[in-house]
Ligand binder design. Structure first.
Ligand code: FES
Ligand code: FES
Length: 146
């Protein structure tokens, strides 16, 4: 079994995995135990599994673990220690989540857009993740001030 060292939320994790092509999502959830990142479609459509890899939003369901070696990974658990990231504050202020399942992926997509220097409507146009509960309008409101 290959062993890789992944840097997740600023901490190194040595992981034993069954194959170099195991999806990063599996490793984050089942090997490291960070379950904030969700499995939705598994085919790169819904965005529930979005994490940042070297600051870029990536869909972890289709990102090979071996490709993540040497690149800093940020999951929802590492976005801030105390819900103080501006996107998290905006989400709380606008009461965005309903069931919440898609929301960590939404927040990571927004965080990546912010890290790229984007704002407001520009971010809204980039967030194409799916939400079965239909929180799109509140997401639009929340990102308007970012
Ligand atoms: S679970 Fe990865 S895009 Fe849907
Ligand atoms: S809040 Fe329920 S799927 Fe988006």
């Amino acid at each position: 079994m290959p062993t890789y060292t992944l840097n997740v939320n600023g901490k190194d994790h040595a992981v034993n995995v069954s194959s170099a092509s195991m999806p990063l999502l599996w490793v984050l959830r089942d090997v490291i135990g960070l379950t904030g990142t969700k499995y939705g479609c598994g085919i790169e459509v819904c965005g529930a599994c979005t994490v940042l890899v070297s600051g870029q939003p990536e869909k972890a369901c289709k990102f090979d673990v071996s490709s993540a070696v040497g690149k800093p990974i940020t999951t929802i658990e590492g976005l801030s220690p105390d819900r103080s990231h501006p996107a998290q504050k905006a989400w709380i202020a606008n009461q965005v989540p309903q069931c919440g399942y898609c929301q960590s992926g939404m927040l990571m997509k927004v965080a990546g857009a912010m890290q790229a220097g984007h704002h407001g409507a520009e971010i809204a146009s980039e967030v194409n993740n799916l939400c079965v509960c239909g929180t799109y309008q509140r997401i639009k409101q929340a990102v308007a001030g970012l």
